[in-house]
Design a protein around this ligand. Structure first.
Ligand code: ADP
Length: 260
């Protein structure tokens, strides 16, 4: 089943066209990664899906035009996970995750909301951190708490902006394994902007490769991550091997201007 359909989406910051006629489909229970060089429009596209930015064109959530939905309805459907480094929160882990219940809370926090937060902390193995200050956690712990906050919303879609940036190898794996198992267990869809092509290859069902605000190609990691596409999109000569049935990219050298 299709979860999100993006049709002819265009976005400009003032007169500066950033996204150009994008068409993207996100399926149920899939991890879809947005890849492409810096400035290609990944974060802008994520913000358009979350209605932080208002693009031209159409975004359908399970067949409904997102433009016609209230902010609260959107918040119930979509959980946004920002980069942990951009989120200074002066509160405990428990209260941070409770903030995710806001679209569901009327005028007071119910026992069900508290229970949902406790369940989510347990699901992500964060219960031992629940009374710690968010600000004092490591980068990997913060990222998982922000995923928990989005999950406590009970969204149908998770949007993640570079969830592994600034994390060491172990925490990158931990966060990506968490996202991919949540997607399968809870049957939600995840759309993430990600720089690391090897992590994207290993944990994504599908990729959308952006170049200069346009979809250069879309498909499975095995179909997309070839030496030619990496050269055309990133201007990098790379060796692409196969490991554990997934493409494994070894960047060799940056090519000079003149790259298509
Ligand atoms: P990516 O996430 O792929 O690195 P972004 O979506 O952040 O790319 O940026 C796409 C383009 O939009 C870049 O050229 C960037 O300079 C521009 N841009 C991003 N945010 C703003 C803004 N607030 N105002 C004007 N231009 C912006």
């Amino acid at each position: 089943m299709v979860k999100i359909t993006i049709k002819d989406l265009t976005f400009s910051y003032r007169s500066n066209r950033i996204l150009n006629d994008l068409n993207v489909v996100v399926n149920d229970a899939e991890v879809l990664s947005l890849v492409g060089p810096n400035g290609s429009g990944k974060t802008t596209l994520i913000k358009c899906i979350d209605r932080i930015l208002k693009p031209k064109g159409s975004i359908l959530l399970e067949g409904r035009e997102i433009e016609s939905m209230s902010q609260q309805e959107i918040a119930r459907q979509i959980g946004y996970v920002p980069q942990s480094s951009s989120t200074p929160l002066a509160t405990t882990v428990f209260d941070t995750v409770l903030m995710g219940r806001r679209p569901h809370i009327t005028w007071r926090v119910s026992d069900a909301d508290i229970g949902k937060v406790a369940d989510t902390l347990e699901l992500l193995n964060l219960q031992d951190l629940s009374m710690r200050d968010f600000a004092q956690l490591s980068g990997g712990q913060k990222q998982k708490v922000l995923i928990a906050r989005a999950l406590a919303q009970e969204p149908a879609i998770l949007l993640l902006d570079e969830p592994t940036s600034n994390l060491d190898m172990k925490h990158q794996l931990d966060v990506m394994e968490t996202i991919s198992s949540l997607v399968k267990e809870k049957s939600i869809s995840a759309v993430m902007a990600i720089h690391d092509l090897n992590l994207a290859a290993r944990f994504s069902d599908n990729l959308v490769m952006l170049k200069n605000g346009k979809v250069y190609a879309a498909g499975t990691p095995n179909d997309l991550l070839c030496e030619r596409n990496i050269r055309d999109v990133y201007g990098v000569e790379a060796l692409v091997m196969t490991s554990l049935d997934k493409p494994c990219i070894v960047p060799l050298r940056s090519l000079n201007s003149g790259v298509a």
